[in-house]
Design a protein around this ligand. Structure first.
Ligand code: ARG
Ligand code: ZN
Length: 881
């Protein structure tokens, strides 16, 4: 498979590599502007490759400085080299060794792919196709080799030298100021898992003994001075290692596990074998600078990257179309870990909120693609919410359909069959088929068909016959390149809820396949008949969000509020409130758009007040229940012809009304929730803070003087970042007196901590006031901002584009223009981050006509620029298609 054809890459064109590379011996002599790499590759012709078949290696922006085949120099007739490709037209038919020398300029590498420097530290990012920026290679995940890496650098510049696997040897280079380290990784791996780090870093040590007694040395490497911010990451790592042993029977397999935190990183983190490299925002935490959410994210990302050691590294992907095989599965695993470490229902609600706010809009717009795509122009644009989060939902559904035991048996079989291999989604599904005898043919459509299915349900109770019927129909919307869809397997976990809130008994269920409390919808329509139902039930459907679908039902608001108060499934209690709030907000939006008065649903306000006060419920759950659907969620619900100002007006009106009506009781509750004693990031105390800070948001909008004073106090007296940031956000977003002083005080306090300054940038970027755009523009010139740093850029421009619905989507188009200009300016430096920023336009077609036109103009302006990167060009063109 040639990966770089002009027309993009197609799954159906997959061919095994004609040559195999069994061993890679690297000698990397680091220097900031001229790093010399020598790669000795032991190459073997594939079993089905005719002798004399050309060997074509991938390159990207490479400078070739030497080439030896079995020790002899090649003449220029024997090879063809360009920065992007090295071809040996007639290689030996017997195994041979190719020694390639290249010269790199890490300091000039602003793409942050391949070898680059971050704050003086040399580091690498090779997924998906960064290794080819280091040396020419068969840079594809199905070529697995054993790597030895010799790293050499000036001692003063890089006292720490890290590679994959185990450390074999260290020493000085005689007569120089340089030293070296040799690392050996015994586990064959694809090139995208290669990594090295070299720099002047501090090491935070740890140790772990695996279930079978292997002693593992753990190390977290950070910039000097940050050592005391690594405790939570280290603790999370140890808990992850233990959990994978218990939950999946998976042990760690090397003597060393190192993690390095760098401050310039395109994504979250990277699972390089034995040497994970992290964006520092997913490592560093202390109570003064990290929020509860940061702590939870660190725990999840540490777990995610660690779990990749088995799902990704020991078993990798055959080709990049199979990305969800490692990502969806590993997200599922990290979600389960966090659920076990924290509150399972609260974790589930948070995950579904994220899915609905990120993946559903992606699936509903021009960038929609299947969990396993069949075509791409640029693979970096497929590290998406669909591949990750919907991919995790698909694995979760397999577990729901098979049950706990058969699911585990299928996973065991997967590890047994494919350890050491590079495989496919089909092979993964085969393991579950073989472990359960479940037919998964129709289920496999979840990997193939893009778009969020809608299930519509009508219910009827026959009180004489004691029969309850549910009439289901399903449909999957057309998406780019997929006009027609087939019906899918949709697991609907359900119960019939009675007057007192308990699950009602019933006798038989017919019209659909049932397994326990799961209905398995497979046909376009099902009439499900449930007998022996002694009272009128309220159906609680899709419990735990058993499938990533949109549910449209004829359940009345009253019945939903009954579920909100009494459903035995906490997820559905939360969902019921959201459903009612969404329909009320949609109606409010229409009124606002038509210039009519917005009516507020008194029952909803009452229900929210009741949940807030219900002390039998987990505070974290109450916090989630009290949070109104975000503007973007309301827009998604409306679906077309969206006026973001009307959406915001409806939401603000509802929030203000709740705040006025419930202000006194919320204030009392707020006061009662103050935590004494030192900050602790545990889930229980985080839940109390979440509830208190959610109440604070209402108080900030109550209009009462005493409440504004409370918000100022909250900010001023906060002894941790969670509370300080909540106070700052409310002061700024509610435009309360003292907001500017608070911004200044916050800046003063945290000016030397870039991750804390990111939050300061984001608060200002997400202020819904019309001034926000000018402020954001001005902040791009602030000394704390840096265009070259992905975290700063995401915190300011990214947050504006995705987290400020009214101002990004301004009716004068200035928000679109600003983001488009930023994308164009950034594209030359860092195309990956530029493309990601441009995807903020993904819902543009759902806007009302004026804004739609302005968004389209901005997108066209980007698409038409000459010399665009493939990354940005791909997003621009697909967005416009
Ligand atoms: N595999 C990494 C993770 O899941 C993400 C790497 C993405 N890199 C990229 N260049 N797209 O955590
Ligand atoms: Zn991952």
């Amino acid at each position: 498979m040639r990966t770089e054809t002009a027309g993009g890459v197609r799954l159906e064109d997959y061919q095994p590599a004609p040559y195999t590379i069994d061993r890679v011996d690297l000698n990397i002599r680091l220097a900031p502007k001229a790093t010399r790499v020598s790669a000795r590759l032991a190459i073997r012709r594939g079993d089905n490759t005719a002798p004399g078949t050309a060997l074509v290696l991938d390159g990207d922006d490479l400078k070739l400085t030497g080439l030896l085949l079995d020790g002899s120099a090649l003449t220029f007739q024997d090879y063809e080299a360009s920065p992007n490709r090295l071809e040996i037209p007639a290689p030996p038919s017997e195994p041979f060794v190719l020694e390639i020398s290249t010269e790199l300029d890490p300091d000039a590498n602003t793409k942050l792919m391949g070898l680059y420097r971050s704050q003086g530290t040399y580091c690498t990012q090779c997924e998906a196709q960064g290794f080819r920026r280091i040396t020419y290679f068969l840079d594809r995940p199905d070529v697995l080799a054993v790597y030895s890496t010799r790293i050499e650098a000036r001692k003063g510049e890089a006292p720490v030298l890290l590679g994959n696997g185990n450390l074999i040897e260290t020493g000085d280079v005689a007569g120089t100021d340089r030293h070296f380290a040799i690392w050996h990784d015994p586990h064959p791996k694809p090139s995208y898992l290669f990594a090295l780090v070299a720099g002047d870093l501090a090491r935070v040590p740890g140790e772990f003994t695996t279930a079978s007694g292997r002693e593992v040395e753990l190390g977290i490497y950070v910039e000097h001075g940050n050592e005391d911010q690594c405790g939570w990451a280290m603790d999370s790592l140890k808990r992850s290692m233990r959990w994978d042993e218990k939950a999946f029977g998976r042990e760690y397999d090397l003597d060393v596990f190192n993690i390095v935190a760098v401050s310039d990183f395109n994504m979250g983190a990277m699972e390089n074998k034995g040497l994970n490299i992290f964006n520092d925002k997913y490592i560093l935490a202390d109570p003064d600078t990290a929020t509860d959410q940061d702590y939870a994210n660190i725990e999840a990302v540490i777990a995610h990257e660690y779990f990749h050691n088995w799902t990704g590294n020991r078993i990798t992907c055959r080709d990049w179309f199979q990305l969800c095989l490692k990502e969806g599965l590993t997200v599922f695993r990290d979600q389960e870990f966090s659920a076990d470490e924290r509150s399972r229902p609260v974790k589930r609600i948070s995950d579904v909120r994220l899915l609905k706010s990120h993946q559903f809009p992606e699936d509903a717009g021009p960038l929609a693609h299947p969990v396993r795509p069949r075509f791409y122009q640029e693979i970096n644009n497929f590290y998406t919410a669909t591949v990750y989060e919907k991919g995790a939902e698909v694995v979760r559904m397999i577990k729901t359909l098979l049950g706990e035991q058969a699911f585990r048996a299928g996973m065991d079989l997967f590890f047994e069959r494919h350890d050491g291999g590079a495989t496919t989604v089909e092979a993964f599904l085969d393991c579950f088929r073989d472990a359960s005898n479940e037919d998964l043919d129709q289920f496999a459509l979840w990997y193939e068909q893009a778009g969020t299915p809608t299930i519509t349900v009508k219910s009827d109770y026959d009180s004489k016959a004691k029969v309850f019927t549910l009439s289901f129909s399903q449909s999957v919307p057309p998406t780019p390149r997929q006009a027609d869809k087939k019906p899918m397997t949709i697991p609907v976990r359900f119960a019939l809820v009675g007057e007192d809130g308990s699950d009602l008994a019933y006798e038989t269920v017919s019209g659909v396949e049932v397994k326990g409390d799961v209905l398995k919808l497979q046909a376009p329509e099902h009439k499900v008949t449930i007998s022996g139902v002694n009272e009128r039930p309220i159906p609680s459907l899709l419990r735990g969000f058993s499938a990533p679908v949109i549910l449209e039902s004829d359940i009345s608001e009253e019945d939903y509020l009954h579920l909100a108060a009494r459903d035995g499934d906490p997820f559905n209690r939360w969902q019921a409130l959201q459903t009612v709030a969404l329909s009320s907000l949609t109606a409010g939006m229409e009124a606002a758009r038509d210039g009519a008065a917005i009516e507020v649903d008194g029952l909803l306000v009452h229900a929210l007040g009741t949940v807030a006060e219900d002390e039998s419920l987990d505070p974290a759950f109450r916090a989630l229940a009290l949070q109104l659907p975000a503007e973007a969620d309301i827009a998604r619900e409306i679906g077309s012809d969206v006026d973001p100002d009307a959406v915001a007006a409806a939401r603000n009106h509802l929030r203000r009304t709740i705040a006025r009506e419930k202000g006194a009781s919320f204030a009392r509750l707020y006061e009662s929730l103050e935590i004494d004693g030192p900050y602790s990031p545990d889930a229980a105390s985080a839940g109390v803070r979440a509830l208190r800070n959610t109440l604070l948001e209402y108080l900030a909008h109550s209009g009462a003087d005493g409440d504004a004073e409370r918000v100022r106090d909250h900010f001023a007296k906060a002894d941790n970042m969670t509370d300080r940031l909540a106070g700052l956000t409310q002061l700024v977003h509610a435009r309360l007196e003292g907001a500017e002083d608070a911004l200044a005080a916050y800046y003063e306090r945290h000016s030397t901590h870039p991750l804390a300054i990111d939050k300061w940038l984001t608060v200002q970027a997400t202020d819904g006031h019309p001034e926000a755009l000018e402020k954001v523009r001005a902040l791009t010139a602030h000394p704390a901002f840096s265009f070259a740093n992905p975290n700063r850029l995401r915190a300011l421009v990214g947050a504006f584009a995705t987290g400020n619905q009214t101002q990004f989507n301004r009716a004068d188009g200035a928000g679109f223009d600003f983001v488009a200009d930023t994308v164009l300016a950034l594209d030359e430096k860092n195309p990956q981050v530029a493309a990601r920023l441009l995807s903020a336009f993904r819902s543009w077609r759902a806007l009302e006509a004026t804004r739609r036109k302005l968004a389209e103009n901005a997108l066209r302006r980007v698409a038409e620029k000459a010399d665009l990167s493939r990354d940005v060009k791909d997003i621009a063109e697909r967005s416009l298609q």
